[in-house]
Design a protein around this ligand. Structure first.
Ligand SMILES: Cc1cc2nc3c(=O)[nH]c(=O)nc-3n(C[C@H](O)[C@H](O)[C@H](O)COP(=O)(O)OP(=O)(O)OC[C@H]3O[C@@H](n4cnc5c(N)ncnc54)[C@H](O)[C@@H]3O)c2cc1C
Length: 318
């Protein structure tokens, strides 16, 4: 096959949202890549997920019955290797997720594939070109894989909008994989504690950064957020300092948020922060530095002292 193979990500029998984002990326490349877009789903009941994957433009869905009901990295590795050997795609797309990190790089190394992780964009010019951050996100790099027949890319969650699903389901085909017994034993599945708040669900975030200067000032912004009917979030330095909980961190190593309004107070707008919030519908930035990068993504900005703005808002909504 020439074309693109997308490996669906599932957890406990449900499709993970990143899967349909990978489908969007694959379909956007389909014409340029000149081949088919094939999805593969590995699980104990993979056929049950076919409907949730039926996006127009997908040519075929492959189902692989896994020997265990839970995710197991060695099994996923064996399944993906077998699929690549059998289907011979030009490009394989996985989510850049904790599950894929357990087997994606190993598959690429074992099969000699071109490889990049944490990819934020893919284009095509005779082969895939992957865009990703470099040097801690300070540079944007474009990677080509000219010496590789096939390439495996792990795409960051949230980098693409999810594909619409509906219409006639594409052809499906069951693929048998001879799984070997895994060298590990699954003990139990534990859901990560949600923390004190889920900022990914908030419509209005008041987000504070190092510009607030002191831990003792946080209470003022908690009050302000409450008055405005908003949820308080933060940049990473406030979390690293132990002033705010992990659950409230926005950014590459925190949460990706997409509120209707994101009010950034004293946040410079480092790429790692922007990675988590630049899809907000309306971004309002307050910063004393007119050259702060946050103004590059803000829809509205005020070059002003955040404490003055906070006081004015408090008085207005008192
Ligand atoms: C691998 C990696 C992952 C990372 N992940 C994340 C992440 O998930 N989330 C994240 O946020 N960061 C992350 N970072 C850190 C990131 O690079 C920045 O260091 C961080 O975002 C800076 O936070 P800040 O904007 O609050 O602080 P600063 O960059 O120090 O900016 C403070 C801003 O406040 C302004 N300011 C100061 N006083 C006032 C005032 N009185 N009124 C108005 N404005 C004022 C200043 O002009 C400045 O622009 C990561 C870094 C790395 C290397």
């Amino acid at each position: 096959m020439s074309g693109i193979l997308v490996l669906a990500e599932t957890r406990r029998g449900e499709l993970r949202p990143v899967t349909l984002e990978l489908v969007t990326a694959a379909l956007a490349l389909k014409d340029a890549a000149g081949g088919r877009v094939v999805l593969a789903v590995v699980g104990d009941e993979p056929a049950a997920l076919v409907g949730a994957l039926a996006a127009p433009g997908v040519d075929e869905i492959l189902t692989v019955a896994a020997p265990t009901p839970h995710f197991e990295a060695h099994g996923a590795q064996q399944a993906l290797e077998a699929l690549i050997e059998a289907e011979r795609p030009d490009l394989v797309l996985l989510g850049h997720t904790i599950d894929s990190m357990g087997f994606g790089p190993a598959v690429a190394a074992r099969l000699g594939l071109g490889f990049a992780s944490d990819v934020t964009r893919v284009s095509w010019d005779g082969g895939p070109i992957a865009t990703r951050g470099a040097y801690g996100g300070k540079l944007v790099a474009e990677l080509e894989f000219p010496d590789r027949e096939r390439t495996l890319l792990m795409l960051r969650a949230g980098a693409y909008d999810p594909a619409e699903v509906g219409g006639a389901a594409p052809a499906t085909r069951a693929v048998d994989v001879a799984f070997e017994a895994p060298p590990t034993e699954h003990v139990e599945f534990r859901e990560v504690a949600a923390g004190d708040v889920d900022i990914t669900k908030a419509d209005f975030l008041v987000s504070i950064g190092r510009g607030i200067e002191d831990k003792d000032n946080i209470a003022q912004f908690e009050d302000l957020a409450e008055k405005l009917g908003a949820t308080l979030s933060a940049s990473r330095p406030l979390v690293d300092a132990g002033w705010m909980s992990n659950a409230r961190q926005v950014g590459q190593s925190g949460k990706t948020v997409q509120p209707k309004v994101y009010l950034a107070l004293g946040i410079s707008g480092a790429v790692q922060h922007l990675a988590g919030m630049q899809k907000a519908d309306t971004i309002i930035a307050v910063n004393t530095d007119p050259d702060a990068p946050i103004f590059g993504v803000a829809h509205y900005g005020a070059v002003a002292d955040l404490f003055d703005v906070a006081e004015a808002l408090e008085q207005h909504f008192a």
